[in-house]
Design a protein around this ligand. Structure first.
Ligand SMILES: [Cu+2]
Length: 117
């Protein structure tokens, strides 16, 4: 969405659709160590108890995650994740926006193989 379209949105404070602004790990990142948590930042407050993060391996098998519902800023969704092996991982997220709409998305990152040192 461009700046022109953004300008047509209702004024701040009005409940609106949630958009993912950034994530940790970032989409497409290659990490030297497994990330202990996945954190997503949205453009507005989300309903954390009704929002989820899943982390799946290349076969689509989910890793155990623990949603940190009571923690952090109202526009952030965070989950701790069990140790991730080297390889490709996919994050699938779904949040309930304050306007009542469910928004979802996905992105991937990699954990690099451990190198001998
Ligand atoms: Cu919406």
């Amino acid at each position: 969405m461009g700046a022109a379209a953004l300008a047509l949105l209702p004024a701040a404070g009005v409940a609106a659709h949630s958009l993912l602004l950034e994530s940790s790990p970032a989409a497409g990142a290659t990490l030297s160590e497994a990330p202990p948590r996945i954190s997503l930042r949205f453009n507005n407050r989300i309903e954390k108890p009704l929002s989820t993060i899943r982390v799946l391996d290349e076969r689509g098998t989910p890793r155990p995650v623990t949603m940190l519902v009571g923690e952090g800023a109202a526009d952030r969704l965070t989950a701790t994740v069990a140790d991730l092996a080297p390889g490709a991982w996919r994050v699938e997220w779904q949040v309930l926006s304050t306007d009542g709409h469910i928004v979802s998305g996905r992105f991937s990152f990699r954990v690099a193989p451990q190198t001998a040192r």
